[in-house]
Design a protein around this ligand. Structure first.
Ligand SMILES: Nc1ncnc2c1ncn2[C@@H]1O[C@H](COP(=O)(O)OP(=O)(O)OP(=O)(O)O)[C@@H](O)[C@H]1O
Ligand SMILES: [Mg+2]
Length: 365
């Protein structure tokens, strides 16, 4: 990573020349990261198991998997820090067994930043810039990008965890990379710190930089990433654009009877009308979920009213990425899916909108 790389270097037209590899598929032109059968075995354990990656150029891609899924091992292989046991990988069009060809165009922070504790943030970055033969201007620019300018002349030891992470990202940004690889940059941060990192990543992605960011929490990356790679137990579970995952899911309506005792009766009634109703659990929130578009809300209200069931709320519900993913994969345990959530996005039948629950009792249609 020694060659001088000017800040915000425009992306090269087309893709870099591929090294020949007879008989194997070449990475597509739009792939910033691509692999075929990438595998890492430690003893008898396959930490990464035949993973085929395709992270498009310019994507803000979340690399998600529970603890021990193989994220860091994969990232280390992609950066040429460890050798794959099997398989091939390409970063910015170059094979990962020749990292010198691409590392000058890659910024990375793997498993937390390490800095000299007695030096200021600025002095630490100057040291790294000199090692990389980059000009001092770049230090001020990256400090500004990560929002650390006002604290740049304080010693590293005085920094909060979030500031330390931001300095780590600044170090990764020093060479003006085309690809930024961050391993769990929000680890240990409080919600405000997580929000700061999220907004920083969004800003970076807007510059057309490809960002590949790992997390063990889907909920942490789903809000910002337009592309996801999900792994568990070393295996690839899902890879693609977030919209593809969400498009697979159908809309729901959530009906809340005024009296909890009516929940089962309402579920049976709606099933009798040929509607697909999610199973109703005794411990559930007193709601009935129906697979139906917003347009039939008034009819459902009428069916309930006719049967003498008053509804307290009728809400259109968009399943979250987590729920969609659970349904697509048949369930995931561990901390990839930490809890079940729903994301109501519109309230129908009441004239109000944007709230999860609203009073519609007495409303006939
Ligand atoms: N050097 C090593 N020697 C032996 N096993 C290893 C080594 N590095 C990683 N592993 C094992 O490989 C598996 C994947 O580890 P890895 O660190 O890649 O997971 P991860 O997804 O980054 O997890 P986390 O979210 O906890 O950081 C784990 O079972 C781990 O114990
Ligand atoms: Mg890790």
């Amino acid at each position: 990573m020694a060659a001088e790389t000017p800040a915000r270097r425009p992306r090269a037209e087309g893709r870099p020349r591929q090294e020949a590899d007879a008989g194997s598929q070449e990475p597509p032109a739009d792939a910033a990261i691509w692999s075929e059968g990438l595998t890492k075995q430690y003893g008898t354990r396959r930490s990464v198991d035949r993973i085929n990656l395709h992270v498009p150029v310019g994507a803000l891609s979340g690399f998600v998997g529970p603890n021990g899924a193989g994220k860091t091992t994969t990232l280390r292989m992609l950066l040429g820090l460890i050798r794959p046991t099997e398989g091939r990988g390409f970063v910015l069009g170059h094979r990962i067994d020749a990292p010198a060809r691409y590392l000058a165009r890659v910024g990375a922070m793997i498993e937390g930043p390490t800095f000299h504790p007695g030096l200021t943030g600025r002095a630490n970055l100057h040291l790294l810039a000199r090692l990389r033969r980059l000009g001092p201007d770049r230090v001020a620019e990256t400090l500004d990008m990560v929002g650390l300018t006002s604290r740049a002349d304080d010693r590293f030891t005085s920094y909060s965890l979030g500031m330390k992470q931001r300095l780590g990202i600044a170090a990764a940004l020093l060479p003006g990379p085309e690809l930024l690889v961050l391993d769990e940059p929000t680890n240990g941060l409080d919600p405000a710190g997580i929000r700061e990192i999220r907004s920083l990543l969004k800003d970076l992605a807007a510059t057309r930089m490809t960002v590949f960011v790992s997390s063990h929490l889907l909920s942490e990356v789903e809000q910002i990433c337009d592309h996801l790679v999900m792994i568990r137990g070393g295996r690839l579970l899902f890879q693609g654009h977030v919209t593809e995952l969400l498009a697979a899911e159908d809309p729901r309506l959530v009906l809340t009877p005024e009296h909890r005792g009516d929940v089962h009766r309402l579920a049976v009634l709606l099933r009798d009308h040929g509607l697909r109703v999610d199973p109703v659990r005794e411990s559930a929130s007193g709601t009935v979920r129906v697979h139906a578009p917003e347009g039939v809300a008034a009819s459902l209200n009428k069916i309930a009213m006719t049967a003498g069931i008053t509804l307290r709320a009728l809400t259109a519900c968009r399943p979250t990425l987590e729920e969609t993913f659970l349904m697509a994969t048949g369930g995931v345990d561990g901390d990839l899916i930490p809890r079940s959530r729903t994301a109501p996005d519109a309230t129908v039948g009441s004239g109000a909108s944007g709230t999860a629950v609203s009073d519609i009792s007495g409303q006939a249609s």
